[in-house]
Design a protein around this ligand. Structure first.
Ligand code: XMP
Length: 310
């Protein structure tokens, strides 16, 4: 891929498609939507309105960090706090596909509202090739593949979607993001799914359960980051494990550590994390999170397992 030519072509395409009309960028802070946002900002300048939906399912400090990084790049980000709406849409749902569906519908209704408020004609979003392939292959319905999930944004929401990166794989998007001048924190960022921490909470997604997985994820990321895995995170199971504290039995949460190596997320295998690092993570989690009694490391490759839990 000739990166410079790709960038120039995409900027021209966006100008041709959306030129003169207000366009919204759905920024999540991941490498895909960040690269998309910079492309769109270069293409249409002040006609771009960049929106970050704070769904309450982000990692620790993420909304503020993203806002600051983009401020450095001269791109203003409007943070829309929709936490309560997302949690109420997810309330009582335990089935993985139902959770995905509830997230997706909330995502597009919140976005639809923002697009409508701004009278925007277009939504630019960071769909990449793997998202499309996995949804077509029936692995799961990614939150952003509209035609596959029967949403017609033009009819239902009144805007058209622009997906400049839909022919690229993650590793190619990273190259584009770097060439666009995004900082290392973004272009080397681990993939983070659209439905956020909801994909890592087995069972019902509630604010306290998300807080548990968020804190455990922070510990996993801090300890594993320098190994630069493709993706590393924590998962909260929907069961209790027995523990012992001061001679008394107690029941607490079970956390799975998942770290995988992959090129394009279509296949993956467990990272060979040094034992000492795994032990340190387990010790930190039970010490800093007294509600957790068990920590396990997952070895399953993809396939047969997927990377995320829903
Ligand atoms: P799975 O779990 O299918 O994940 O092996 C493959 C890659 O995709 C990410 N992922 C998503 N990304 N929206 C996204 O933007 C989604 O709904 C979604 N689900 C999974 C996952 O983190 C992994 O990198």
């Amino acid at each position: 891929m000739n990166v410079k030519a790709f960038i120039e072509r995409k900027i021209e395409d966006i100008q041709k498609t959306a030129g003169g009309q207000k366009t919204i960028s759905a920024l999540s802070g991941g490498v895909d939507s960040s690269a998309c946002t910079v492309l769109a900002a270069r293409a249409i300048g002040s006609n771009l309105k960049c929106i970050f939906i704070d769904d309450g399912l982000m990692r620790e400090g993420e909304p503020e960090q993203v806002r600051l990084i983009f401020r450095e790049l001269g791109i203003k980000v409007d943070v829309v706090n929709a936490q309560r709406e997302f949690f109420s849409a997810l309330k009582g749902k335990t089935d993985p596909e139902e959770k995905r569906k509830a997230f997706r519908h909330k995502f597009y209704s919140v976005f639809g509202r923002e697009v409508f408020k701004s009278r925007a004609g277009f939504l630019v979003q960071g769909t990449i090739k793997a998202d499309i392939l996995e949804t077509k292959g029936g692995v799961k319905t990614q939150h952003n593949i509209l035609e596959q999930i029967g949403i017609d944004p033009e009819k239902g929401y009144g805007f058209k979607v622009i997906e400049p990166l839909k022919d690229l794989y993650k590793d190619e998007v990273r190259i584009v993001a770097k060439a666009l001048g995004l900082p290392e924190e973004i272009y080397l960022r681990m993939p983070f799914p659209g439905p956020g921490l909801a994909t890592r909470v087995v069972g019902e997604v509630t604010p306290p359960r998300v807080a548990v997985v968020r804190k455990a994820t922070q510990i996993v990321e801090e300890e594993i980051a320098r190994l630069r895995p493709f993706q590393a995170f924590a998962v909260l199971l929907n069961d209790q494990g027995t523990g012992v504290e001061k001679g008394t039995r107690k029941f607490g949460d079970i956390i799975i550590i998942r770290s995988v190596e992959s090129k394009n997320a279509l296949t993956a295998k467990a990272t060979r994390v040094p034992w000492a690092v795994l032990e340190r993570i387990a010790k930190r989690i039970v010490k800093e999170m007294p509600q957790v009694t068990r920590v396990a490391y997952e070895l399953t490759p993809k396939p047969p397992a997927t990377i995320e839990y829903i």
